[in-house]
Design a protein around this ligand. Sequence first.
Ligand SMILES: C[S@@+](CC[C@H](N)C(=O)[O-])C[C@H]1O[C@@H](n2cnc3c(N)ncnc32)[C@H](O)[C@@H]1O
Length: 237
Amino acid sequence: VNVARLRRHIREFGVGTVVLAAARRQIRGARHRMRTAIGRPPRTFRYRGRELSEFHHPSGRTWLTERAVEVAVARDFLASLPADAEVLEVGNVLARYGHHGHLVVDRYERAPGVVNVDAEDHTPDRAPDAIVTISTLEHIGWDEPVRDPAKAGRTLRHLRGLLAPGGRMLVTVPLGYHPGLDVLALGDNDAIHAEVIRRRRGGGWESVPPAEAPTPRYEFDARTATAVWIAEFAPLS
Ligand SMILES: C[S@@+](CC[C@H](N)C(=O)[O-])C[C@H]1O[C@@H](n2cnc3c(N)ncnc32)[C@H](O)[C@@H]1O
């Protein structure tokens, strides 16, 4: 237990909320352990009309969070690319799940092979055929030393501008975290494809069209989303 974080959460959300959040996490963890113990495979969800398995990994206990769907969709997206595709990842996420060999840009996280530059300033030598950014845009300009709510939208546009002709960008954003990004995600945004994948009561995730997504809530106390926006973009025209 991270005592400092627990204290901060109690101050921020109150004891009742923190206890309920802990209970939710315990229930989700227990469900996962029970399914694993009886040999059930990870649950599935639909994305682009296809059935994908949740991605379960001990790093960050992905079965408890939206990483279960985000990483599953990202792996599927990467698998669809030609072997020699130039891939750029913004936000260092996939390395911890065994994906290496692509360029990673992350302003703050120091790790081997990661280029520490602001995504908004990144200009690669070679135009990427694909860009993947998992749960990162909502932090850009929002959790940085200078708060700039418009920066996430500008960065999205900047990254689209880097794509090689015919390239594609996959973006995942937990909803309810950055209000400006929620407006962009659930409104007009020029995505070539977008879905909201939300938690189902009783466990698992389900896809809904963004226009039908209810007001999303982020469980700040349990550090997980109740819904995640997954969108694909073509280069800027
Ligand atoms: C999803 S977290 C990744 C953290 C962790 N590796 C994980 O897998 O959960 C978002 C990342 O965005 C990075 N980030 C925040 N603002 C950024 C910016 N302006 N440009 C590039 N990266 C940024 C942070 O350093 C952070 O590592």
